[in-house]
Design a binder for this molecule. Structure first.
Ligand SMILES: O=C[C@H](O)COP(=O)(O)O
Length: 243
């Protein structure tokens, strides 16, 4: 059976209460639930107020979580707290967290494990830099990152997002062939743990103009969309591209 596509919007550090009308604007663009799953990752401050305004077919998630359920961690948000607000998903290992907050693969793995324990589905991000791609190391780097970022036996319980660092927010997108080749390598590497059910999203400058071609590829199970998810019309157009 074909894997159901997932279109996920990551708002990153954008959005305040004045932006909550995004929910009604998005739902006004659909007469019926779309065929793909739709996920939204707003900033933690908007999780609760946004979730009550979203149509039932949109699930919400956190953009990051701590690696423990509770404790003396000033400023951190635990996966249990996200779940308490209605989140069902959480992004772990986004390259912005890896780079700006020094998160190692071991940290990503601990966060992913804590998220699973809290009953959330982690969306685990991996991706190479431009230098690594140019030097032909992209696949090795991504597979190493993946292996070190995933807890034991987690492959059947997570979603993977392949996000080449050089494509994020730059307007440069991996070609559908390159993205598909990487997704295939990821699927093969995780096959023993997850069978063919593992869903692998592509992220990096996905927009209404390039989404259809990327999403038409059998190995690309959806998109993790940053900038283009902030505008409901663009996001809706990408959702429609998934079929
Ligand atoms: O999480 C989303 C990705 O980092 C992609 O962001 P972008 O669509 O703005 O390039």
């Amino acid at each position: 059976m074909a894997r159901r596509k997932i279109i996920a919007g990551n708002w990153k550090m954008h959005g305040r209460s004045a932006d909550l009308g995004w929910a009604e604007r998005l739902s006004a663009l659909f007469d019926a639930p779309p065929s793909s799953e739709v996920l939204v990752f707003p900033p933690a401050t908007l999780l609760a107020p946004l979730s009550v305004r979203l149509p039932g077919y949109v699930a919400i998630g956190g953009q990051d979580c701590a690696d423990a359920a509770e404790g003396a961690r000033t400023g951190d948000i635990s996966p249990l707290m996200l779940s308490d607000l209605g989140a069902r998903y959480v992004i772990t290992g986004h390259s912005e967290r890896r780079m700006l907050h020094g998160e190692s693969d071991a940290v990503v793995r601990a966060k992913t494990e804590a998220a699973l324990k809290a009953g959330l589905t982690p969306v685990v991000c991996v991706g190479e830099t431009l230098d690594q791609r140019r030097s032909g190391e992209a696949q090795n780097i991504v597979l190493q990152q993946l292996q070190a970022s995933l807890p034991e036996a987690a492959a059947g319980h997570v979603i993977i997002a392949y996000e080449p660092v050089w494509a994020i927010g730059t307007g440069m997108t991996a070609s559908p062939d390159d993205a598909e080749a990487m997704h295939k390598a990821i699927r093969q590497a995780l096959r023993s743990g997850s069978g063919d059910e593992l869903r692998i999203l592509y992220g990096g400058s996905v927009n209404p103009a390039n989404a259809a071609e990327l999403l038409s590829r059998a190995q690309i199970d959806g998109a993790l969309v940053g900038g283009a998810s902030l505008d409901p019309e663009s996001f809706a157009s990408i959702i429609r591209s998934a079929g």
